[in-house]
Ligand binder design. Structure first.
Ligand code: SF4
Length: 429
């Protein structure tokens, strides 16, 4: 067995091992998602050759040098290319993505602007009390809250490694020493783990619930209806009491809260709740449950290079922030797009996907996707983590060095190598 690091989700498990024999993978420690992710090195649908769209609209295999030439010309002749994706790329590749945006005077943007954008406005991008990481949570958090996220389906080992089950320095009994609360608008698999299973009314249930919670903690509540945001009042009061009594609350929030139609109201309330719970020796840590293995790395790398977290417009003298990347896309401000490691056309809402699919595009991908199907140029690339070295940042901002266990198919470059060649192509042509 060989130690490796799984890049199947933002938990970035570095305590796993694999062995490969006759095109099968055996693993130790990987969850089902992680096993599927690592096993994809053997996928029969793997991309292994660059493809170029011909005049007839069909994609045909070409050499890597002619694909680079074509892509370099496309980017150089663009007035405003969008250099997009990045949350499944290594930090080293992201640095080159920023460089490519700079040399083409384009816009750099990552999935973080969609996963994470609203949190920046609400100043809720993790660790309200300063630095906190998942090891602190494992060691000291005695009340775990999952809000609008279902880690039993999206981040399988989050609970077993860090939040619910493990023993920690101040958590001698593991699960028995913690209170676990799961809040969502429907029953979820994660609720099986929970002491408090709080099902909110869809639409404004989260706003009502947060407002009442804040009033309860402030001691300004004068009247409670039978239900609070859809939750029976008796359950609401029991949850509020255990939240107030906890020494260290770790609150993980996901798309259900960040992307609800009421996010503009809920996120400032969440920030206020966190502040209220941080009093005296009591702590409340808030962390977003981002999806991809290096969403946090894309933000960190962009901030380190440009001081902006995402949506960076490289203008002649320096950079400026793009106000709304979504509006820029739908208003056709871009005339080409390069998408690295993300099936943007499958994940983005219809109008954005439609606008992007009408542009000349370059896709860097390991497997065929809707995004590669529509691309003008497709580059096969090595799988992050399994076939590449480099660094990614776990969801709590901890850097993790990758430990590849396989070689990419012959002729398939890493994103890093490919982007270096592309940058040289743009500069020299
Ligand atoms: S929890 Fe995520 S990182 Fe860990 S093994 Fe599963 S997919 Fe991989």
């Amino acid at each position: 067995m060989q130690d490796t690091v799984c890049c199947g989700c933002s938990v970035v498990c570095d305590d796993v091992a694999v062995t490969t024999k006759k095109a099968t993978l055996q693993s130790l420690g990987l969850c089902k998602l992680g096993h599927e992710y690592c096993n994809s090195i053997f996928s029969k649908t793997r991309l292994t050759q660059p493809l170029l769209k011909s005049n007839s609209g069909k994609q045909k295999p070409v050499t890597i040098s002619s694909a680079i030439q074509k892509s370099a010309r496309l980017l150089r002749e663009s007035q405003k290319p969008l250099i997009f994706g990045w949350s499944n790329s290594t930090t080293e590749a992201i640095q080159l993505g920023l460089k490519l945006a700079q040399v083409t005077k384009g816009v750099f943007d990552s999935t973080a602007s969609f996963e994470y954008g609203a949190l920046f406005d609400a100043k809720l991008h993790g660790g309200e009390t300063g630095q906190v990481n998942l090891d602190d949570v494992r060691d000291s958090a005695d009340h775990i809250v999952y809000w609008g996220v279902n880690p039993a389906e999206s981040h399988h080992r989050h609970a077993s490694r860090f939040t619910v089950f493990p023993k920690g320095k101040d958590i001698p009994e593991g699960r028995e020493s913690r209170v676990v609360s799961v809040i969502d608008i429907r029953e979820t698999e994660s609720m099986r783990l929970a002491n408090h299973q709080l099902i909110l009314a869809p639409n404004s249930g989260d706003v009502e619930f947060l407002q009442a919670l804040i009033a309860e903690l402030e001691g300004t509540q004068d009247h409670l209806p039978e239900k609070v945001g859809g939750v029976p009042t008796i359950e609401f009061l029991s949850f509020a009491k255990q939240l107030r009594d906890a020494d260290n609350v770790a609150l993980f929030y996901g798309n259900g809260l960040v992307h609800s139609t009421h996010a503009a109201q809920t996120l400032p309330f969440l920030a206020k709740l966190s502040k209220l719970l941080n009093r005296g020796n009591h702590r409340c840590w808030t962390l977003p449950m981002v999806a991809y293995c290096n969403t946090i790395g894309s933000v960190k790398t962009s901030v380190a290079t440009t001081k902006l977290p995402f949506s960076v417009d490289f203008i002649s003298k320096g950079v400026k922030a793009v106000e709304s990347i979504q509006t820029s896309i739908t208003d056709s401000e871009f005339d080409s797009v390069l998408i690295a490691g993300w099936d943007a056309l499958s994940f983005l809402p219809g109008p954005l996907a439609k606008a992007l699919s009408s542009l000349p595009s370059i896709a860097l991908s390991t497997h065929p996707t809707l995004t590669t199907d529509k691309a003008t140029v497709v580059f096969p690339v090595a799988l992050t983590g399994m076939e590449t070295t480099g660094t990614v940042y776990r969801m709590d901002g901890t850097p993790v060095q990758l430990q590849p266990f396989a070689k990419a198919p012959k002729g398939v470059p890493t994103e890093e190598k490919l982007l270096s060649q592309l940058i040289n192509g743009v500069i020299s042509s």
